[in-house]
Design a protein around this ligand. Structure first.
Ligand SMILES: Cc1cc2nc3c(=O)[nH]c(=O)nc-3n(C[C@H](O)[C@H](O)[C@H](O)COP(=O)(O)O)c2cc1C
Length: 388
């Protein structure tokens, strides 16, 4: 199943393996550079069905860190077009995650502390900026208070999402993912822990979902009808107490389907800090049950993510009908060639081995494999998780 195609509107994903968006903290003024081309390009060589560009800010102040990518001006299009052209030439589909960090903006890169920018960061030329959110509650005691967005600013923000969508089209992307997870701005509006507004964007579930749905509707209208749209949700806050539940995600998921969202990418947590540092115990596939629940109850095409490590584990998720697609992030950092290695591990027919590799590599490896096999050796990777 891992290696079967998936049709989404006019787009065919060649397989079910997606490289999850991963901030690189390596852009200057939101511009992609050679780092992004090589970082993302390696995953296309490695056989991914789709590669999703990191959280890309729709407004300059919507960046998480100063090193984030952006699509808030036209100059930022061309370097991303280089990336999409390379990905597509290798047979991968190109996605981009559009985002606004809200109160999680003005942050340090993880290796500089993973907290809010402070005066000490100015030695690197990194100056803090005033963040915005649904309300004025900070992320935590160490974080500065955001400024609540006015209604006029919310309307401008939706328009900026539309402008970024047009730029993503000009940059050649096959699909967009709207980032409504991990405690960033849209999630801040959704969760009652971070949204204390008393206007039409706060209070009831319908009001707290309003901004996410307005963005989804506006992006859908701006994006070509034949190209799919993904939304990433934190399906649960993962905190105690919680301000956003699985039940809320089911309601939102149905509304998102109704406005023409094709795939729900099912993540969790992040409201109170980094997405990779929630309270839940994180075992392999720990968020798959969320994708399964939304797939059954919305129903929606879902993507599972989170500690997916092993090709057989991933194949089982798909076979058991828990998700239609899955994404890998840190496992792709560990092994950018994970998809072709997975194909190798699952490929029963020896003659088919290396068929999924770039021809520049596969021809050589096929012959090396025959030589190894004659000596009782193999290049086929061995499973890392215990068998069922
Ligand atoms: C370096 C790095 C950067 C990340 N940046 C993003 C991002 O830009 N957008 C996002 O939604 N998630 C981001 N994440 C979360 C991943 O996409 C993924 O959901 C998470 O790491 C769990 O998957 P994994 O266990 O395969 O790493 C990032 C993760 C890592 C490791």
């Amino acid at each position: 199943m891992l290696l079967t195609p998936l049709q989404l509107r006019d787009l065919t994903l060649p397989n079910r393996i997606v490289i999850s968006p991963m901030c690189q903290y390596s852009a200057v003024e939101g511009m992609a550079n050679d780092w992004h081309l090589v970082h993302l390009g390696q995953y296309a060589l490695g056989g991914a069905g789709a590669v999703v560009v990191e959280a890309t800010a729709v407004q300059r102040d919507g960046r998480i860190s100063l090193g984030d990518l952006g699509l808030w001006n036209d100059e930022q299009i061309e370097p991303l077009r280089r990336v999409t052209e390379f990905l597509k030439r290798q047979g991968a589909r190109a996605g981009i995650q559009l985002s606004h960090a809200g109160r999680k903006g003005s942050s340090q890169a993880p290796w500089h502390g993973n907290g809010p920018l402070t005066e000490a960061d100015q030695v690197r030329g990194e100056y803090a900026w005033q963040t915005v959110s649904a309300s004025e509650q900070p992320i935590g005691p160490a974080w500065p208070a955001p400024r609540p967005l006015s209604i006029a600013e919310i309307h401008d923000l939706v328009q900026d999402w539309v402008e970024a969508t047009h730029r993503a089209e000009r940059a050649g992307f096959d699909f967009i993912e709207i980032h409504a997870a991990h405690g960033y701005l849209l999630h801040q509006f959704q969760s009652s822990l971070s949204n204390h507004r008393s206007d039409e964007y706060g209070g009831s579930l319908a009001n707290r979902m309003r901004l996410t749905l307005e963005v989804a509707r506006a992006v859908r209208q701006a994006w070509p009808a034949g190209r799919p749209l993904f939304v990433r949700l934190s399906v649960i806050d993962g905190t105690e107490p919680s301000g956003w539940s699985l039940e809320d995600s089911v309601v939102l998921g149905r509304e998102l389907r109704a406005v023409g969202i094709d795939v729900i990418d099912c993540s969790s947590s992040g409201l109170g800090g980094p997405a990779t540092a929630g309270a839940a115990v994180r075992t392999p596939g720990f968020q798959v049950s969320l994708a399964e629940a939304l797939r059954q109850r919305v129903p929606a095409t879902t993507m599972a993510v989170g500690l997916i490590l092993d090709p057989k584990q991933a194949d089982r998720i798909l076979r058991e009908g828990k998700a239609d697609l899955f994404a890998i992030a840190r496992e792709a950092l560990f092994d950018p060639y994970w998809p072709v290695h997975a194909a190798l591990a699952l490929q029963a027919d020896e003659r088919e081995r290396f068929a999924h590799w770039p021809e520049q590599y596969g021809w050589w490896l096929q012959r090396r494999e025959r030589m190894l096999a004659a000596q009782g050796l193999t290049s086929v990777p061995q499973p890392r998780l215990p068998a069922d």
